[in-house]
Design a protein around this ligand. Structure first.
Ligand SMILES: NC(=O)c1ccc[n+]([C@@H]2O[C@H](COP(=O)([O-])OP(=O)(O)OC[C@H]3O[C@@H](n4cnc5c(N)ncnc54)[C@H](O)[C@@H]3O)[C@@H](O)[C@H]2O)c1
Length: 437
């Protein structure tokens, strides 16, 4: 059983109080809004939400829920303080951290006089780096040391309003962003009764995940609505389409395609996306999400080119030219667009592609190769080593098994990995860099 203070008695704070009390902990709430403090101190919820009234009343009746207008009382009577204050958008879009920074400052001032270890938990949604900032604020106001006298743990909240209590008690996962073993142990104990995976990550990972989640959820809604708008014009039942879509848990509703790497290409994705945009346009259906996907993909190729220019090598090699490993299909290959852009900037280029070499040997795709990429054929080398020995920058677009050793053995050649070789020892090397991780 833990003694917990909760700063901010809105949706997140009130649900946290009710649910942690149900799990047997002692809660003390604090808010700058005295009306909310008054309600919680009487065992009343501050929000309209399923099941919350009963949880608040039960917790209060059991003597586990109180509230106070005093920061000092809240901090002194607890070992863990949850920050659940609002972080609304400022006019320029960034999150306004003034409430959470002010609450942290107040907690820091009280910690100065507290002799026992204290955990401050960031439950609010905050941008990466806020954990560090709050640690420094608390250090300066408490004159105590982070990691010794207190620790700040990032623990994003995943609840959805309307089913907030159920979500709190049955979360998809619990994320703990901290490297403090002592604090992590305490936090694990809090969440152990909830049967869900507890994942320990760095504070920055814990901080950004909420933005990533909610942006993706917003993307899902708009994607489905654009499909709905197109289907409606074509007299197709969009609900049947999307329920069919969701049945594919290998490619559609799955981890597949979710690894940051290089741009998509090939014969299907660009073609069919273009085709769907054409259908939407021909029916005067505006689809800003679908119509911006290709622009995003182009931007990503351009990002790689910018990186190449920034590295400044004039002799460049590319490992992998077809649109993905395991095929000689180079239609709409993003690696080809990148190769052409690199040549266009006046660099020399050497290329190795195992599958194109096989295709040329077997003469399977010869006509297409000679017709469509005659300018790249003379640049093809017989082996990865041949490329690496002739250039000062190697761009990796496929996971070739020889590459880790070549990276280790060629410290003067820089390697830009667009697909992640997934070799931790290589990632430590100064001549290696990952593209978007
Ligand atoms: N509402 C949700 O569904 C949800 C879900 C997950 C995460 N979040 C995140 O949790 C945070 C809180 O969201 P919410 O919806 O509960 O906000 P809310 O506006 O309902 O509640 C915030 C409370 O913080 C109080 N407050 C402001 N400054 C304070 C201070 N210095 N000390 C103590 N209290 C202070 C306010 O008076 C208010 O009662 C936000 O960062 C939000 O993005 C919200």
């Amino acid at each position: 059983m833990a003694n917990i203070s909760v700063f901010g008695l809105g949706y997140v704070g009130c649900v946290g109080i009710g649910c942690f009390a149900k799990l047997g902990h002692n809660l003390i709430g604090y808010d700058i809004d005295s009306h909310k403090v008054e309600r919680v101190s009487k065992g009343l919820a501050t929000i309209v939400e399923r099941e919350i009234d009963d949880l608040m009343a039960e917790g209060h009746a059991a003597g586990r829920i109180t509230a106070t207008n005093s920061v000092e009382q809240a901090v002194m009577q607890s070992d863990i303080s949850f920050l659940c204050v609002g972080t609304p958008n400022a006019p320029d879009g960034q999150l306004d951290l003034s409430y959470i920074l002010s609450a942290s400052e107040n907690i820091g001032k009280v910690l100065r006089a507290k002799s026992t270890f204290h955990i401050v938990v960031i439950r609010s949604t905050v941008p990466p780096g806020t954990n560090e900032l709050i640690s420094k604020i608390i250090e300066s106001h408490s004159r105590k040391k982070a990691g010794v006298h207190f620790t700040v743990v990032s623990n994003p909240e995943f609840l959805r309003e309307g089913v907030a209590v159920a979500d709190f008690l049955n979360p998809p996962l619990t994320v703990l962003g901290s490297q403090d073993v002592k604090a992590l142990k305490k936090m694990r104990e809090l969440y152990e009764p909830l049967i869900c995976e507890i994942v320990e990550v760095t504070p920055k990972v814990a901080e950004i995940i909420k933005f990533v989640n909610n942006s993706y959820h917003a993307l899902k809604v708009t994607f489905a609505n654009e499909v709905g708008a197109i289907c409606k014009k074509l007299d197709i039942d969009s609900h049947q389409v999307m329920s069919l879509f969701c049945k594919d848990d290998q490619l559609n509703v799955s981890c597949y395609y979710f690894t940051p790497g290089f741009a998509y290409g090939g014969s299907c994705l660009p073609k069919d996306l273009k085709g769907l945009n054409y259908i939407a346009n021909s029916k005067q259906v505006k689809v800003p999400v679908l119509s911006s996907i290709s622009t995003s993909n182009q931007t990503h190729i351009y990002r790689a080119l910018e990186r190449v220019q920034h590295i400044g090598a004039r002799s460049v090699g590319i490992i992998g030219l077809t649109f993905k490993a395991g095929t000689d299909d180079f239609r709409n290959s993003a690696a080809i667009l990148l190769a052409e852009a690199i040549l266009g900037k006046g660099n020399s280029l050497r290329i190795y592609d195992r599958f194109l070499n096989i295709a040329r040997d077997k003469e399977t795709n010869l006509q297409d190769i000679n017709q469509n990429i005659p300018h790249l054929v003379p640049l093809l080398e017989a082996s990865v080593e041949d490329v690496v020995s002739k250039v000062s920058l190697v761009i990796i677009t496929v996971r070739n098994p020889e590459l880790p050793d070549l990276i280790r053995n060629h410290p003067n050649v820089h390697f830009l990995d667009l697909v992640r070789l997934k070799d931790p020892t290589v990632e430590e090397l100064p001549n290696y860099e990952g593209f978007c991780w």
